[in-house]
Design a protein around this ligand. Sequence first.
Ligand SMILES: CC(=O)SCCNC(=O)CCNC(=O)[C@H](O)C(C)(C)COP(=O)(O)OP(=O)(O)OC[C@H]1O[C@@H](n2cnc3c(N)ncnc32)[C@H](O)[C@@H]1OP(=O)(O)O
Ligand SMILES: O=C([O-])CC(=O)C(=O)O
Length: 440
Amino acid sequence: MLFQISRNITELHSILEHKIASRLEQVHRLKYTYGSVKIEDIKIEQIVKGMRGMTTQLTETSMLDPEYGIRFRGLSIEECQSKLPKKYTQPYVEAMIWLLLTGEIPSESQVETMRKELASRSFLPMHTEEMLNSMPTSLHPMSQLSMGVLSLGHRSQFDKLYNSSIKKKAYWKPMLDDGLDLIAKIPKIAAIIYRNTYKDRIVRKPDSSADLAESFGRMLGWDDKNFYDLLKLYINIHCDHEAGNVSAHTTHVVGSALCDIFKSYSAGLNGLAGPLHGLANQECLGWLLNLKENVGDYPTDQAIADYVKKTLSSGNVIPGYGHAVLRIPDPRFIAQLKFAGQMLPNNALCNLVAQCYKVIPQVLKEQGKAKNPFPNVDAHSGALMYSFGLVENDFYTVLFGVSRAIGCSVNLVWDRALMFPLERPDGLTITTMSEVCKKK
Ligand SMILES: CC(=O)SCCNC(=O)CCNC(=O)[C@H](O)C(C)(C)COP(=O)(O)OP(=O)(O)OC[C@H]1O[C@@H](n2cnc3c(N)ncnc32)[C@H](O)[C@@H]1OP(=O)(O)O
Ligand SMILES: O=C([O-])CC(=O)C(=O)O
């Protein structure tokens, strides 16, 4: 047999086999029955402005509505919180993984199966640990993470089987195996980076009796169930955000060349490390601490507004505000605001975030540039981590990367299952496009 699946995931495999067969039929119909149907026109403006509002991708796992926010397999964040099996106040990350993969709410026993499967895969190969341990601590944690993930590729089942006689319609199986490996191993990579860069270089082993978030929290060095809860919330809300965001899109494009998950997601992580995307959470905390230093712990609204105007007049963006798609306050921000209100009602930094939410949208509206003056997910995450003692803000995007590995992996599994082709859009030179415009 070319490909051996672990006994733990035989049920998951058969659920997926079934779902994939029916989705393949739909994709077949889209391609052959409706192939010539036009769904929208493209304006020059959209091409010049970074393809905003152009529908160009098929995705299974989540959809982003500008006026509502993210829905994971049709469920809002609040619905996920109330319907998925949970520990303490937040759903298990394993439950979210199951939901994204299958579109179904898992039972407690399916969550436990997923937990065991991930725990059994959570060790790292020796060369990955040695490589991480040899990295200079001055190298940005996201560069370390991207290389750590890339180094896992030596045992890619997808690479191995691609070079054997595996059929195209079965590519998703080794991709799932690699995806589970990536999701299981990335917390340990992140923990090594954290302990090496900021602490004593001693990292606890993954805890095979704990769930993914708790084991991750322990490896980072925390013994605090509220922190594990925060990690569950953080990982669940950051794991997927439709297909067009920079990290997911990059992973998808690289994967479309039939790269394995490790090469594809390593590329995605490099995109996540940009300040207009995931790195905004690092920038955001820096900005917030500077604000606090300038205006004190309990500023007036006017003092905040003045500081925001100063940032804008120096030509910088307000990190954590605005969004390429959303036109409302990000529900992921609201979920964190609620968590902070319940867990840390008297925390000055989190209360400052809440006060900024009252003040900043008005200032951005008055400036009149940002299409969305409201906070996005990054406007809160750093303040929460900081308040739980994780104060090293250049590590924050690594946490984001641990989470986004889930959505990106699940999407690659489905990309291969639906046999999506190499992605290769056309381009025009500026001169040719100008000529096309003149003719029209
Ligand atoms: C997980 C995530 O990736 S969420 C996003 C995280 N990034 C940030 O928080 C960084 C701050 N925000 C931004 O830079 C932007 O809002 C982005 C990158 C998120 C979205 O970019 P766009 O879709 O181009 O935004 P939009 O169409 O509203 O931009 C129009 C103008 O408003 C400006 N603008 C948008 N957001 C902001 C902001 N937060 N502060 C100041 N100006 C802003 C843009 O820079 C642009 O100015 P320009 O015309 O001089 O180039
Ligand atoms: O959707 C986007 O473009 C950015 C974002 O919020 C995410 O990737 O989480």
